[in-house]
Design a protein around this ligand. Structure first.
Ligand code: DOR
Length: 439
């Protein structure tokens, strides 16, 4: 077996909240064989010394849309998880809004089997909170938990009323699982789009009040349930961050995520003429004050996780009416954040928000993934990246089938060099020539 010796790297330790400088790491037989200084490589080992190289526990994405089964022309399990590995992720959580949604045990079993056959990195499959994501009746949460659901979310929709969410929190909580919500109030959206049509995912006007109202209502549901864990997906407004901060201060069991695109990209569109060339996402991109609040929430730990909301869709060159909202983004998460002047100085926070913090969001289930810490004798579950390395999302480098990325063909800083997941090589940047047979 050809092992890999990484010389003199910076080792991030998100659990301890610190980093070790100039560490040698010997990876062999699927494990971290040795850690220290001046390690002598066994014969045949690939030795790598690259200035500024960082090693961190493998990232976990709380929010990935695989699209398969259901819409394999948009994305496949194999391509989404390969893109995730190339973005530094050693595992992803798959959302339930497949066609049809994952709202029954039979459907969940089908997904689990398919994921296992095609995944490059482990997929933790979420199930729907409500049948058909329609918010009228709860899915069989207990049975779904027993059958292996990793958590619950109707993401893409938020039709659940406060009372049903309260019950969902209780039932999921009793099974040890988290309920995640897409906080946009569908009544507020409907009022803002009187011509809105049938499909609430495509309504164009999505006022901030929709998010604020949904966050408030979900926190009230959590308060009245008195049990269970609530996770708020893709926050985008300053009011949401403040409500979250207060709720945490009150001791509520709530966590939240932000996406790289809501942090670094500015909205709303400045040029309405450009609308049909622009990509959109739900919730929409916001202005400067909101983005500053999101950065602040990430910096002070109010926001727990950075999640991709990887949403592969039609090509950006398709007409607007045929495009669905969302960005294909799992491969560019780290780089998009590090390319922003506010991202680099927060590297330790960013790494925690990609590793230990999202793992904690999942609760006891996180026991099925390795500890977010790189230690001697443990299976290699880690990411190697160069925070200063530059790359461009383009056909030769992009592994998702979805090219609907706002970062497409833009130079990005933060280059993932390798990802190891549960002792296996999940991604190696080919041009480095580090061919290794770790496992
Ligand atoms: O923009 C989005 N797209 N936001 C979501 O919450 C869902 C996602 C999708 O499934 O396409």
């Amino acid at each position: 077996m050809r092992g890999l010796l990484l010389r003199s790297v910076r080792l991030m330790r998100p659990v301890e909240g610190s980093a070790l400088e100039a560490v040698d790491l010997l990876l062999q037989n699927g494990r971290v064989e040795e850690m220290g200084c001046g390690i002598s490589p066994p014969a045949g080992t690939v030795v790598v010394e690259r200035e500024g190289c960082v090693v961190a526990p493998a990232f976990l994405d709380l929010h990935t849309h695989l699209r398969e089964p259901g819409q394999p022309w948009k994305e496949r399990i194999a391509t989404a998880t390969a893109a995730a590995a190339a973005g530094g992720f050693g595992a992803v959580c798959a959302m339930a809004n497949l066609r049809p949604p994952v709202d029954s045990v039979a459907r969940l079993r089908e997904c689990l089997a398919k994921n296992r056959s095609w995944e490059r990195v482990p997929v933790l499959q979420f199930a729907a909170v409500s049948e058909q994501l329609a918010g009228q009746r709860l899915a069989p949460l207990r049975e779904l938990a027993d059958a292996g659901a990793a958590g619950f979310s109707d993401d893409g929709r938020n039709a659940l009323g406060q009372e049903l969410l309260r019950q969902a929190l209780e039932r999921a909580g009793a099974a040890g699982l988290t309920v995640a919500i897409h906080p946009e109030d569908e009544e507020v959206l409907a009022a803002a789009n009187p011509w809105g049509g049938e499909d609430p995912t495509s309504w164009l006007l999505r006022p901030r009040e929709a998010e604020v109202s949904a966050v408030r209502s979900a926190l009230d549901a959590l308060r009245s349930s008195g049990q269970g864990r609530l996770h708020l997906q893709h926050l985008s407004t300053s009011e949401s961050v403040e409500l979250l901060r207060e709720a945490k201060r009150d001791g509520l069991a709530v966590t939240a995520e932000v996406t790289a695109h809501h942090l670094v990209l500015e909205g709303p569109l400045k040029d309405p003429e450009a609308r049909d060339r622009e990509l959109t996402c739900n919730p929409p991109l916001r202005g400067d004050a909101d983005r500053s609040a999101l950065w602040e929430g990430l910096a002070d730990g109010t926001i727990d996780a950075l999640a991709s909301d990887h949403a592969p869709h039609e090509s950006p060159s398709d007409p607007l009416q045929r495009r669905s909202p969302g960005f294909s983004g799992v491969q560019a998460q780290l780089s998009a954040v590090l390319s922003d002047p506010r991202g680099g100085p927060l590297l330790e926070r960013v790494v925690a928000a990609l590793t230990a913090r999202p793992l904690a969001v999942l609760g006891p289930l996180s026991g099925s993934l390795p500890e977010p810490s790189v230690r001697e004798g443990q299976p290699a579950h880690l990411t190697v990246f160069d925070p200063e390395g530059v790359w461009r999302p383009e056909p030769g480098s992009w592994l998702s089938l979805g090219t609907n990325s706002p970062f497409w063909e833009r130079p990005l800083r933060g280059l993932v060099l390798a990802t190891f997941s549960r002792g296996r090589v999940a991604f190696l940047r080919r041009e480095l020539g580090w061919e290794t047979e770790l496992a």
